[in-house]
Design a protein around this ligand. Structure first.
Ligand SMILES: *Cc1c(COP(=O)(O)O)cnc(C)c1O
Length: 397
């Protein structure tokens, strides 16, 4: 923990709220000012202060980088223009002949990038079900340079055992990366399980207000962090100061938001689980969820993504969606506002039918990103929409 973080309190929530508060020396502003300037004045040719050019360094972005590194318990962080930019920075570490082991159900944008870059650069990528022993055997046989993990996964919230994969990585000499977008550091801190790099789409929970697209890579090791900062500047994907300002503003309330997100999500899980129109509910808090035990151990909260299968397929989905009032039909997640997505035609539309079937993404599957509206309103809304499905479609029950 840095000395400044210590002054700001020992609880992560306190440190996030207080990140860089009271550090302004020009006017003693409580909230540090937003530095939009692209460039900084030199004292003399070849001699400048801490900053020279915003792509390489910017005080506002540095505040966010320090705060996100601290939230994840890492030594440093780079803030990028999107989550995919953060993933791209990490792929710079791969060379021809390397192997990348990634989850078969990883974020679609990562699947596309890994596939395209493996062809262009000449590394091998294997997409595997990381909950199986076969995946571990493959890792032992092909000795990957990077083991990519994402837990919980999208949209079925499958859980992967981080500690198990850290052991495998140490055995084969691989670097481990965890995409922590779905939970945020308020609910899961992969570096504490021995993971080397944490990647985020800060677009989601860290900013939390659906008004910024951004990304982050947090490093455990300082030298690796410097290498990634070098690449971020080199390929030119560092995040804008304005986005960094908004994202730090969002991060201040991460812990407070997370608590309400979770209460609301658990209330929704309850409604879904008790309704005849629902065929299955997917949420790690449920005893019957296959990842429940691992999630209990490795997460500090359940998260507020909930997916479920409706009886009656697409017609049921249409009836449900046309009745909902407080869940906006949209992709993305992690904002204060509740959203609903239909993975088969939205987030996972680019998969072919067979791949979707194998992944367990049917026509009746819906994913909710449960927001921080009043729990009673959200519960009533989902209940009413489920009742309509039941009435109109006489679902089998
Ligand atoms: C959204 C998302 C990304 C990509 O982030 P962008 O900010 O959209 O570029 C990567 N991983 C996960 C799990 C995501 O949800």
């Amino acid at each position: 923990m840095s000395p400044r973080a210590k002054e700001a309190g020992n609880h992560a929530a306190t440190r996030s709220v207080r990140a860089a508060i009271g550090t302004d020396t020009s006017h003693r502003a409580v909230v540090p000012p937003l530095h939009l300037s692209a460039n900084f004045v030199f004292d003399a040719p070849g001699s400048c202060g801490r900053y020279d050019y915003t792509r390489s360094g910017n005080p506002t972005r540095d505040h966010l980088q320090e705060a996100v590194a601290d939230a994840e318990g890492g030594s440093s962080c780079v803030i990028t223009a999107s989550g995919m930019a953060a993933v791209t920075v990490i792929t710079q570490l791969l060379r021809p002949g390397d192997v990348l082991l990634a989850p078969h159900d990883c974020y679609g944008g990562c699947h596309r990038l890994f596939t395209a870059e493996s062809r262009r650069i000449g590394f091998d990528v294997h997409f595997v079900d990381q909950s199986t022993d076969a995946a571990v055997e493959l890792a032992r046989a092909c000795r990957p340079r990077i083991i990519w993990l994402e837990t919980p996964s999208n949209p079925l919230l499958r859980i992967v055992d981080l500690a198990r994969w850290v052991d495998v990585a140490r055995e084969v000499g691989a670097l481990t990366v965890a995409d922590n977008t779905f939970l945020s550091p308020a609910n899961q801190r992969p570096l504490e399980w021995g993971i080397d790099l944490v990647v985020h789409s800060t677009t989601k929970f860290i900013n939390g207000h659906s008004d910024v697209v951004g990304g982050a890579v947090v490093s455990r090791d300082a030298a690796l962090g410097e290498e990634l900062a070098w690449w971020t500047n080199c390929i030119g994907v560092s995040g804008s100061p304005f986005d960094a300002y908004l994202t730090l503003r969002g991060l201040r309330t991460l812990h407070a938001r997370t608590a309400i997100h979770e209460q609301n999500a658990l209330a929704i899980v309850d409604v879904l689980g008790g309704h005849v129109a629902v065929a299955a509910v997917h949420h790690p808090s449920l005893l019957g969820h296959p990842g429940h035990d691992i999630a209990t151990r490795q997460q500090t909260g359940w998260g507020s993504l909930v997916s479920f299968d409706l009886h009656g397929g697409r017609p049921a989905v249409d009836a449900f969606l046309s009745t909902l009032q407080y869940f906006t039909l949209a992709e993305s997640l992690g904002g204060v506002e509740s959203l609903v997505a239909h993975p088969a035609t939205m987030t996972h539309a680019s998969m072919d039918d067979e791949a979707r079937r194998i992944a367990g993404i049917g026509e009746g599957l819906l994913r909710l990103s449960v927001g921080i509206e009043h729990a009673g309103d959200l519960v009533d809304d989902v209940h009413a929409a489920l009742d309509v499905v039941e009435e109109r479609l006489c679902v089998p029950c």
